[in-house]
Design a protein around this ligand. Structure first.
Ligand SMILES: Cc1cc2nc3c(=O)[nH]c(=O)nc-3n(C[C@H](O)[C@H](O)[C@H](O)COP(=O)(O)OP(=O)(O)OC[C@H]3O[C@@H](n4cnc5c(N)ncnc54)[C@H](O)[C@@H]3O)c2cc1C
Length: 387
C-alpha cells in the first residue's frame, strides 16, 4: 500500500474534527493543571507528582491503549496532540508524562500478558504507578545493540546486572522496563520494581533543559527476578520489537518539538508587536518580520510531516520507519531554528532567566537527542534512499 492510498486528503491537510475537539481538552489540561506548576518544577528540578493522577483521571495517559486496561483507544494521533499541547506549556513536564503514555508502557501494552498488564499497565494509565524505560547505558546510546546489562537464568528465575543512564522518570518510577542482554545476541525486557533488592537510583542528573523532568542513573546489582517479570514478543526478535516501539515514539518527540516551536513563535510575535524601536514596533522591520514568515512556513511543513507519520502509525501494521524519521528530524531541527530566531527577536531580554524564551532555548536541545539523534535520523533516511 502506498502512502497516498493510506492517507485521505482530509488527513493530510487537517486533523479529523474529533481530534481537534480533543485538542481543546488537552489544551485545557495544559493551561489549567500544568501551567501553574511549571515555575516551581523548573526551578527545583522536581516533577510535580500529583500531575500523574490528574492526567490519569482525565484519561490522558492511555490514549493509545485498550479500553480493557483503562485506555481510550484514541490512537497515536490523539497522543500526538496531547504531547504537543503539554509541551507548549512545559517541555520537561511533557517529557515526564509522555514516558507514561509511550516508551514506559507501549512495549508492555503490546507484548505483555494479561497478568502483566493488570499489574503495571492499568495503574500506569490511571496515573497511580510511574513508569520508566531503561535502554541507554553509559557506554551505549545510539548503538543499542552494544548494551552491557545482562540477565542470566539462575535456579527458577533470573539475575539482572548492569547500569542505565539518562533514564527519564527513573528517580521517581515505581517500575522500569529494563532492556538487557541474555547471551551474546539475544535481548530481553524485564520489569524491575522500585522495591526490588539490588535495584537503586544512583543519582538524579542535573540538566541544561527540561529541568522539571527527572532523569537518573540506575544500578542493577544482582537483582533477582522471576519469569513473571519478563515480557517477550510472541514471535520475532525482542530487539526488533523494542525498536518498533522507539520508532513510533519519534512521532511524539516531533509533536513535542512542535509544541515548543509554537510557544516560541507566539511569544516572539507578541513581543514583535509590543516592543518599539526607532519609533515603530520591531515587527514592522523587514529583518524581524522575515523571521516570522520563514518560521510560519517551516512549522507548517514540520506539522504536516508529523501528522502524516502519526496517521500512518495508526493505520498500518508495518512501522513507517522513513516517515517517522522525516517527522522527527524536521520537527526537532525546525523547533531549534525557530527558538533561535525568536531569541533574536527578544534582544537582551531573551538572555535573561526571567524570560520564558530563555527556558525554551534550553529545552529545545532535548529534541535532537532523544529517540534517535539527528545524525541517526540522517542515517535512517540515507539508507531509505539507497545510500
Ligand atoms: C534528557 C534525556 C532524557 C533521556 N531519556 C531516556 C530514557 O528515558 N530512556 C533511555 O533509555 N534513554 C534516554 N535518553 C538517552 C537518549 O536516548 C540517548 O542520549 C541518545 O540515544 C543518544 O545516545 P548517547 O547519548 O549515548 O550518544 P552517542 O550514541 O554516544 O552519540 C554521540 C554523538 O555521536 C553521534 N553518533 C553516534 N552513532 C552514530 C552513527 N552511527 N552515525 C553518525 N553519528 C553517530 C550521535 O548522533 C551524537 O552526535 C535520554 C537522553 C536525554 C538527554
Amino acid at each position: 500500500m502506498t502512502t497516498s492510498d493510506t492517507l485521505s486528503t482530509a488527513h493530510l491537510f487537517a486533523l479529523p474534527p474529533e481530534i481537534e475537539e480533543f485538542r481543546a481538552s488537552a489544551r485545557a489540561f495544559a493551561e489549567r493543571d500544568v501551567a501553574p506548576l511549571v515555575e516551581e518544577a523548573e526551578h527545583t528540578g522536581t516533577f510535580p507528582l500529583s500531575l500523574f493522577r490528574r492526567a490519569g483521571d482525565q484519561g490522558l495517559l492511555g490514549l493509545q491503549f485498550d479500553m480493557e486496561w483503562g485506555g481510550s483507544e484514541a490512537g497515536l494521533l490523539a497522543d500526538m496532540v496531547f504531547r504537543e499541547e503539554v509541551s507548549r506549556v512545559c517541555a520537561g513536564i511533557a517529557a515526564g508524562l509522555g514516558i507514561q503514555g509511550q516508551i514506559g508502557t507501549a512495549y508492555l501494552a503490546r507484548y505483555g500478558s494479561d497478568e502483566q498488564k493488570a499489574r503495571w499497565l492499568r495503574p500506569a494509565i490511571a496515573g497511580e504507578l510511574i513508569t520508566a524505560w531503561g535502554l541507554t547505558e553509559p557506554d551505549a546510546g545510539s548503538d543499542v545493540r552494544s548494551i552491557r546489562t545482562t540477565v542470566r537464568p539462575d535456579g527458577d528465575g533470573f539475575v539482572l546486572n548492569g547500569r542505565k543512564t539518562f533514564i527519564t522518570n527513573g528517580p521517581i518510577a515505581g517500575v522500569v522496563g529494563v532492556v538487557a542482554k541474555q547471551g551474546e545476541d539475544r535481548f530481553a525486557v524485564f520489569m524491575v520494581e522500585a522495591s526490588d533488592p539490588g535495584y537503586s537510583v544512583e543519582r538524579t542528573l542535573n540538566k541544561l533543559g527540561c529541568r522539571s523532568s527527572q532523569v537518573g542513573e540506575l544500578v542493577f546489582d544482582n537483582v533477582r527476578l522471576d519469569e513473571s517479570r519478563r515480557i517477550s514478543p510472541p514471535e520475532g526478535s525482542t530487539i526488533d520489537a523494542i525498536l518498533d516501539v522507539l520508532i513510533r515514539g519519534r512521532v511524539l518527540i516531533a509533536a513535542a518539538a512542535l509544541g515548543v516551536a509554537g510557544a516560541a513563535f507566539d511569544l516572539g510575535l507578541q513581543y514583535a508587536k509590543d516592543r518599539r524601536a526607532f519609533g515603530k514596533p520591531i515587527g514592522k522591520f523587514q529583518e524581524i518580520s522575515m523571521k516570522f514568515a520563514e518560521a510560519d512556513a517551516r512549522i507548517a511543513a514540520a506539522r504536516l510531516l508529523t501528522y502524516r507519520a502519526a496517521v500512518l502509525c495508526d493505520s498500518t501494521d508495518s512501522v513507517p520507519i522513513r516517515e517517522c524519521a522525516q517527522a522527527k528530524l524536521i520537527a526537532s531541527e525546525t523547533a531549534l531554528w525557530v527558538v533561535d530566531q525568536m531569541m533574536r527577536v527578544f534582544g537582551g531580554m531573551g538572555f535573561m532567566a526571567e524570560s520564558t524564551i530563555e527556558r525554551l532555548y534550553r529545552d529545545v536541545r532535548y529534541f535532537q537527542i532523544v529517540e534517535g539523534t539527528t545524525e541517526i535520523q540522517h542515517r535512517i533516511l540515507a539508507k531509505a534512499v539507497g545510500l
